[in-house]
Design a protein around this ligand. Structure first.
Ligand code: GLP
Length: 234
């Protein structure tokens, strides 16, 4: 696990953007993408860069259940506004959230993932340590599945909706096993509200109670953060 600490967020996002530009230049063609406020400056940099994703394929981590893709609140819309409209991929996949049989759709999405190993998986982290929408307690061998969002996650994401009531109660998410299949994982964590989760990660104790801690089991993780984290003494 390599921690790249930046006091200055502009520099952090410039470096993270370069990471992706370089990866494409070096032949990476399959990307796992993430949503959330954390990713917006990264996508802005990529939109304004020369990066060319037209030969690449992307798979998003998750989507709210019950939200049609055309909705302003869907991650499908987020990705188009943040990245795909400006930088189209050859193919982009975002889990579908508004089908009758969500579990079947999740299985289909997992089959697509199994056929397309990700070169890089981009990740953010929730305040409670969730990755994608894998909430605390999610099994490490989980594949794409439907999950009930915790009250704290719904509250954290209420800022993107007009009220807490509007925030969906469920989501479909890549599982932890699906995420860990990527050859490289790039995690971005900014802001003091992410400190408890990040300190639990660098502490090195792997526990389902803090899903992000599972990254200790992955051989190739790069973290971009503006948090000065204690280095674990083993
Ligand atoms: C959401 C997403 C996650 C994201 C997290 C943090 O719940 N499902 O993929 O990492 O929130 O979001 P933010 O970057 O807005 O803090």
């Amino acid at each position: 696990m390599e921690i790249r600490y930046f006091e200055n967020r502009e520099e952090l996002y410039a470096a993270a953007s370069k990471h992706f530009e370089q990866a494409v230049a070096n032949g990476a063609r399959t990307f796992g993408l993430a949503t959330g406020g954390t990713m917006e400056p990264l996508y802005e940099n990529l939109r304004n860069s020369d990066v060319d994703f037209s030969a690449a394929t992307s798979f998003n981590l998750d989507e709210y259940a019950g939200i049609p893709k055309q909705s302003e609140h869907s991650y499908y819309t987020y990705m188009h506004e943040q990245l795909f409209n400006a930088k189209p991929f050859a193919q982009s996949f975002v889990p579908v959230g508004d089908v009758d049989d969500l579990a079947a759709a999740a299985r289909e999405y997992e089959a697509l993932l199994q056929a397309n190993e990700r070169d890089i998986q981009l990740l953010g982290v929730g305040e409670n340590g969730h990755i994608a929408f894998n909430e605390p307690g999610t099994a490490f061998d989980s594949e794409t599945h439907v999950i009930a969002l915790t009250p704290s996650t719904r509250e954290a994401n209420a800022r993107f909706f007009s009220s807490l009531d509007e925030v969906p109660t469920h989501a479909v998410t890549m599982g932890i096993a699906s995420i860990l299949q990527a050859k490289e994982i790039v995690l971005i964590a900014c802001g003091e509200n992410k400190r408890p989760a990040m300190e639990a990660l660098v502490d090195g104790t792997v526990t389902v109670d803090v899903p992000v801690s599972v990254l200790n089991n992955h051989p190739n993780v790069v973290i971009y953060t503006d948090l000065k984290l204690p280095v674990a003494v083993k």
